[in-house]
Design a binder for this molecule. Structure first.
Ligand code: FE2
Length: 272
């Protein structure tokens, strides 16, 4: 894998903060590059060219191969009182990290892959939704996404049409904002921080950040793991396993309208 400058300019999560206790020493990998992580009073990440940037945010440890990285994107919801953060740990997946993002954005698979949980076959149509670039031009938002869900969250009872917003915050990070069943006007967050190890292999770090007074952390974790294990089966069997970045190589449909923008952005950034 020879990453382009845009890919190199980002921060990547390599694990949860609690996975790197004081005294920790271990080998990790991002973008086909070996890195060493140690924690002796402070966290240190070392790559082929020496000491690398490191920061802890959103419950995870982040690093970058860039000497002049873009700032890590902002999620102000992490500062809100009363939310619970549940992380699922590192799950290795034999697929391109970009495919994992693509799958995450695709509502059309809910009735067929997450049957009875995120969708039912009688409600398989993906309605129109909007796609736009973020204000700074380096993010993609899909908004006004609506989908019928028989069991939209661990806290939900009975089926309902759920409104979603999808955010591609960077090529390997994506967040789903869904209407909170318990608090009007609030969104629950579910996100993937993907650590691309090779072009066709990645480690997925996922989180939920929710208002939820009914479920234990274990309930939330099991819900999240269940969904992701169903996705992993699909992801590891997808052909081709890399994501083409030329829209002519795969046929985007309405269900994947946001991918067309993803492709254009990648190409734009590469040219720029
Ligand atoms: Fe899925």
């Amino acid at each position: 894998m020879t990453p382009d400058p845009f890919t190199l300019s980002h921060w990547y999560a390599i694990g949860r903060i609690e996975d790197f206790p004081n005294g920790y020493k271990g080998e990790h990998r991002i973008l086909s590059t070996d890195i060493a992580v140690s924690h002796h009073g402070e966290l240190n990440v070392t790559g082929p060219e020496g000491s690398m940037g490191v920061q802890t945010r959103y419950g995870h440890v982040w690093t970058t191969l860039s000497r002049d990285p873009r700032p890590l994107y902002n999620m102000p919801e992490f500062e809100e009182e009363g939310r619970r953060l549940v992380t699922a740990g590192a799950i290795a997946v034999r697929c391109s990290g970009l495919r994992a993002v693509e799958n995450f954005l695709d509502m059309a698979h809910f009735p067929f892959v997450h049957t009875g949980i995120l969708g039912v076959e009688e409600h398989a149509e993906v309605e129109k939704y909007d796609v736009s670039m973020g204000a700074a031009g380096d993010e993609i938002w899909a908004t006004k996404c609506r989908f019928f869900q028989p069991m939209a969250a661990a806290a939900a009872e009975g089926g309902q049409v759920i409104e979603y917003r999808y955010r591609v915050a960077h090529p390997y990070s994506t967040i789903l904002y869904k209407t909170c069943p318990l608090r009007d006007g609030h969104w629950d967050l579910i996100g993937l921080f993907i650590q691309p190890t090779e072009e066709d292999e990645c480690i997925v770090h996922s989180f939920v950040l929710v208002f939820d007074e009914h479920n234990t952390d274990t309930d939330l974790l099991h819900f999240q793991q269940n969904i992701f294990l169903q996705d992993r089966m699909v992801l590891e069997n997808q052909v081709p396993n890399k994501l083409p970045i030329d829209p002519r190589w795969e046929m985007p449909t309405r269900a994947v309208k946001s991918h067309g923008v993803t492709w254009s952005t990648t190409r734009f950034e590469k040219v720029a």
